[in-house]
Design a protein. Structure first.
Length: 457
């Protein structure tokens, strides 16, 4: 009995204008660039179309990529009638390929499949960060970022990605990683950035493309981290790190490593987090502006704080302060994505560091210096208020702790961030030792009626 023709594939090939011979040749080229050996011919394509035959992986994904290039838009394996034939690798998104063509294919494969339901509950594994961090540290920069393809990618295309990333960064700070505005980041990676990677671009445009993709990937990872989808966040961070390497942007790579370290730290993997920070600080020592390096040492201090290492935390915080002072004396060399890191932000994080070290008096001293604007940094502001409430509870000052937590709830009410709300619930748990205090009773009612439920950080 003959198989059913693949009408969906037939229609898309006709729409693309590609001959079966040209399509087979392009698939073989893409496979070779990604380290695979294929020898498809026009007969192979005819069999897929007219006889309903199915190529072995990675054939379906490469076929979709070749048609994406021709049509100038994203085409996935479902659209060409081959979705059910592709068994998705559970490790997709966790690789840090050595070659650039393989890296572009890996990033595109993950971004095209990241809306899989099982990614929302994928397991976070701190060990999965090890190989990417090692390769980022030891692997030489990609020799070229230029690429030949069917769709020409130019500066206006990259500017669109950069503008969206900048807008999303501010949306995240104000409204949280679960806000409606942040969903545009993942859509942009899937529908805009992924097809661009297989386009035609110059060296300059290629570097900017990879850098913009890295920034967007980090934002997507941070959004998932903020909402508790840690397995998918981890994959976003790894692909963002590889794109930063492709862009030759060492500072951005170090920043992404610091996000990976913070995720590991807040999941309880303190030593693994320090390994990531060590890689970031070593790799950026002579290749990133002081403000970027200052943030890396802030994250180092936070890790030591969680691990209850006061001396190490103090040293790292002092280094961060010193580098921020150097940054203040320089102008024009800070990337836009690090402009949030100011002495006020350092002070805000220092409150949490000293709360973690069970040093409430020092936490309150730092709190007096943490004067960040609430309208622009609502999530960070609300978290600091909750941490301040926890520090007051540590000191036994319930009359100060309860109002501080009330203020935190007020600020976080419009913020969609289970991570931020976990700080509220932590402070509330500390206040439950005074169950009959009227201020405590009032704030606990608000916490129980809150719009967010905490997630494990």
């Amino acid at each position: 009995m003959g198989r059913t023709p693949n009408v969906a594939l037939q229609d898309l090939i006709a729409l693309s204008g590609a001959s079966h011979k040209a399509l087979a040749h392009r698939i073989n080229t893409l496979a070779r660039q990604a380290g695979h050996a294929t020898s498809y011919t026009h007969t192979s394509v005819a069999n897929w179309v007219h006889r309903g035959m199915v190529p072995r992986p990675p054939g379906p994904a490469l076929l979709a990529q070749a048609l994406s290039e021709r049509l100038g838009r994203r085409v996935d394996v479902n659209e060409i009638g081959l979705g059910s034939a592709v068994a998705m690798d559970d490790d997709v998104g966790l690789s840090f390929p050595r070659s650039l063509p393989a890296a572009l294919q890996a990033a595109g494969a993950f971004w095209s499949s990241m809306d899989r339901r099982d990614f929302l509950t994928a397991t976070f594994t701190a060990a999965a960060f090890g190989p990417p961090a090692l390769r980022w540290t030891t692997q030489r920069a990609d020799p070229t970022a230029a690429r030949r393809g069917h769709r020409r990618i130019g500066r206006p295309d990259i500017q669109e990605l950069e503008d969206l990333a900048e807008q999303a960064r501010h949306t995240d700070s104000r409204f949280g990683g679960g806000s409606v505005g942040m969903s545009a980041v993942a859509l942009c990676l899937r529908d805009v950035a992924a097809p661009m990677l297989s386009g035609d671009y110059t060296e300059e445009v290629g570097r900017r493309l990879f850098s913009a993709a890295a920034v967007l990937g980090r934002l997507a990872g941070w959004s998932d981290f903020d909402t508790g989808h840690h397995g998918r966040a981890q994959r976003h961070f790894i692909q963002a790190l590889r794109m930063a390497r492709a862009a030759g942007d060492v500072g951005l790579g170090g920043y992404i490593l610091s996000c990976m370290a913070l995720q590991s730290c807040l999941r309880g993997y303190h030593d693994e987090a320090l390994d990531l920070i060590d890689a970031a600080t070593a790799g950026t020592r002579n290749a990133a502006p002081p403000r970027v390096r200052a943030f890396l040492h802030l994250v180092e201090a936070r890790v030591h704080g969680r691990a209850r290492r006061p001396r190490a935390a103090g040293r790292a915080l002092a280094v961060s302060e010193s580098l921020l002072e150097q940054a203040a004396a320089r102008t024009g060399d800070d990337p836009s994505w690090i402009d949030f890191y100011t002495p006020e932000r350092l002070a805000a994080d220092a409150v949490e560091i000293h709360r973690d070290l069970d040093m409430p008096r020092r936490a309150h001293e730092w709190n007096a210096r943490a004067t960040m604007p609430v309208d622009r940094f609502a999530r960070s502001y609300g978290i600091r208020l909750a941490v301040t409430a926890s520090a007051h509870a540590q000191a036994g000052d319930v009359d100060a702790a309860a109002p501080a937590l009330q203020d935190s709830i007020d600020v976080l009410s419009p913020v969609s961030s289970p991570r931020a709300w976990s700080y509220v619930h932590d402070a509330a748990a500390r206040l439950r030792q005074w169950p009959t205090h009227p201020l405590v009773r009032d704030v606990l009612v608000r916490v129980e009626n809150g719009r967010e439920r905490p997630v494990l950080a």
